[in-house]
Design a protein around this ligand. Sequence first.
Ligand code: ZN
Length: 301
Amino acid sequence: MELNDRAELDTSQVNDLGRGGGSSRGIPIPLPTGRGGLVGLVITVLVALVGGGIGLNAATNDDGAGGEDLGQACSRDNPDRFENVKCRNLLYVNSIQDYWKQEYPAISGRQYEPTDTNYFGQAVSTGCGSADSGVGPFYCPADKQVYIDLSFYDELASRFGADGEFAAPYVLAHEYGHHIQNLLGTNERAGQGDQTGPESASVRLELQADCYAGAWARHATESKDKSGQEALFTSITESDIKEAVETAEAIGDDTIQQRSGRGINPDQFTHGTSEQRQRWFRQGYDRGDPQVCDTFGTSRL
Ligand SMILES: [Zn+2]
């Protein structure tokens, strides 16, 4: 993958919240953190935030104002900007949203609603309650935003062996897949179905988000920068796609369960097996069309 040095990034799509982003108190999101919630947690449980109320969360708030100025750090004037993980991820977000701006009207007949990604450290308060980094990157349907602690990628590399550079855009494209599902009403309907099990609504939702990520990857080199004049990526190769597929493999429910030493229990699946996650990403990529991502209507999940 090569990023375009001439691209102008749209920094308004990302908020850098710093450590303990948002507020320092709240009710932690009551979700399993060690059981395959990795990448792609859709937080469906709405937790009312009690402002300053029950201080259960140990989050600190000493850097709540956020880190560096992304406008400056990620500007074209900085020749080293793509060595900065925040700028690289900003470019991915810009690309994913530019893709959906083109594609969403075709599948829905409506305009795409852009949404922000929030970088946080350690803990964050969201419209779905407060969360810490242990839950991994997630999308909150209530405030329609994506949340990620960028140190997650280090964990993905060290604990899960998914150290390819293209893991990051895959993860973000998956989370934006949940935003698309939220706009379409898919996740609300799925929220009424089973939340665990090999054919559960949760698994169907997660595999669809993987497929949407693949559809974006197919068209990523066509996505344009803020000015609309420059490409964001100058190239994406088959080895990048392989890295995305390897990441999907590393975070399949069966692989994570096996790694944890508890044995494979399909009743507890929430995201799909490694084979399924790879296959649905590939399906989206090979066909390059989100219409082929119907994980709810398929006879072969
Ligand atoms: Zn997901």
